[in-house]
Design a binder for this molecule. Sequence first.
Ligand code: ATP
Length: 238
Amino acid sequence: MSPLLHVKGVETYYGNIRALGGVDVVVEPGEIVCMIGANGAGKSTLMMTICGSPQARTGSVIFDGQDITRMPTHEIARLRIAQSPEGRRIFPRMTVYENLQMGASLDNLKYFNEDIEKIFTLFPRLKERQSQRGGTLSGGEQQMLSIGRALMARPKLLLLDEPSLGLAPLIVKGIFAAIKKLNEEEGLTVFLVEQNAFAALKLSHRGYVMVNGQVTMSGGGRELLANPEVRAAYLEGG
Ligand code: ATP
């Protein structure tokens, strides 16, 4: 089986600053894979490079057998890569329902009611608050909305940038349980980047560790959780 996502030797720059220095990542269909790393390691840059903005200067990003390295972001989205970006980026003045509508693609309108019901079943809180403006939701609810909006695109690959950021542990648990459910029940493939190494590795089949724009370690989620170096750098006292 060929990987759903293959990031090969990717280097990404901001002007003269190299944020990614030759990153390799493989995500197989049906997997949950995470990239953990400290603040500023380059995790968001990797997510954005997969989505084509900024583009990789060298290396390539292959999705579903297609080279998307130089493809414009809107075309990448049409291939059904959906992202819940850093900071969630929901539309604060629109209602929950309208935010979800924004995530639907014209190609999938016939599934609209079915999809929205599925998201309301996954996140009942969003159903209760469907007429409320996005900006008035709690952080956890906004994260649910951001994921729900991405799901409206019927993604083959769901990208999550720090879904746990700023949320209480119990809320993180609920959101990660929903991601697990989507993976187990629908076979959804997920790639997430996280500073919360414990929660991310527990959820993921496999993980990578990023330091200064480079992958320094990779392995099974449980294997990395037990790794003394990972424990010392990301788990103990954190
Ligand atoms: P965080 O968890 O804080 O978002 P991160 O691991 O996602 O961290 P990135 O945001 O990808 O890290 O940043 C990687 C490096 O690139 C950092 O040194 C950062 O300062 C730099 N960088 C990020 N965005 C820009 C930009 N727009 N212009 C210049 N440098 C940038």
